[in-house]
Design a protein around this ligand. Sequence first.
Ligand code: NAI
Length: 246
Amino acid sequence: MRLKEKVAIITGAANGIGLAAALRFAEEGAKVVLADFDEQVGAAQAKVLGDQGYDVLFQQVDVSKQDSVETLVQKTIEHFGKIDILINNAGITRDAMLTKMTLEDFQRVLDVNLTGVFICTQAVVPYLLEQGHGKIINTSSVSGIYGNFGQTNYAASKAAVVGMTKTWAKEFGKKGVNVNAVAPGFVKTAMVAKMPEKAIDQMTSVVALKRLGESRDIANAYLFLASDESDYVNGHVLHVDGGIMM
Ligand code: NAI
């Protein structure tokens, strides 16, 4: 029970990595708020976890909208009374080569993947600072570290998340709040399933472990960074990618 009695908000928890993290955190004793844009799937997944005896709540949210995130935080406090952990996991892609990328698609990816992380952290961090402890985990990506074909918007957003992570690690460290990031490699979720088979084969070939990641691989990294075991880890970007560049 590495997260006993901890309250965690996980954004983008209706699917993929966020959903795996919700289950993993609940298994370790956390009370989990599954926060997602997708109300239908999110509520259904929260019910599945609730039926298994886990203490979870679903809250619909658009992380790119300040009022929506304020509601998420208020509902979390009303229901669980505190917040200990924020996992900024929600993210989207709108891939195209630069010459074909629309400004709208560039902006929307930045709105969710970057501004969303800013908005959620700004709304949650006062609670963590007030209680003198807490963990914030942001989700970057290999694309943000190394760049990736067709992902100008996505890579920019995920690189910027690293900059915010390190800045917040400096700003909040002395108040007992750790801020770290996970940079997943290529993980078998809907996000990757959208890609052409040739691209998936190419991605797998550059991984030293010669397989794509599972959502649970990333959830386990979130868990480590959310638990007391990582109390002296701050401002770190944990690559969980099977070994791509070493
Ligand atoms: P996914 O597409 O399976 O799930 C993302 C979830 O975010 C969905 O449930 C979606 O409804 C939710 N979401 C989208 N926009 C939202 C918004 N505005 N407000 C609230 N929720 C919203 O994605 P996946 O693969 O689980 O990705 C999770 C995180 O991991 C993302 O930040 C992604 O960029 C990152 N990542 C994923 C990789 C992969 O290979 N799957 C690789 C590197 C990073």
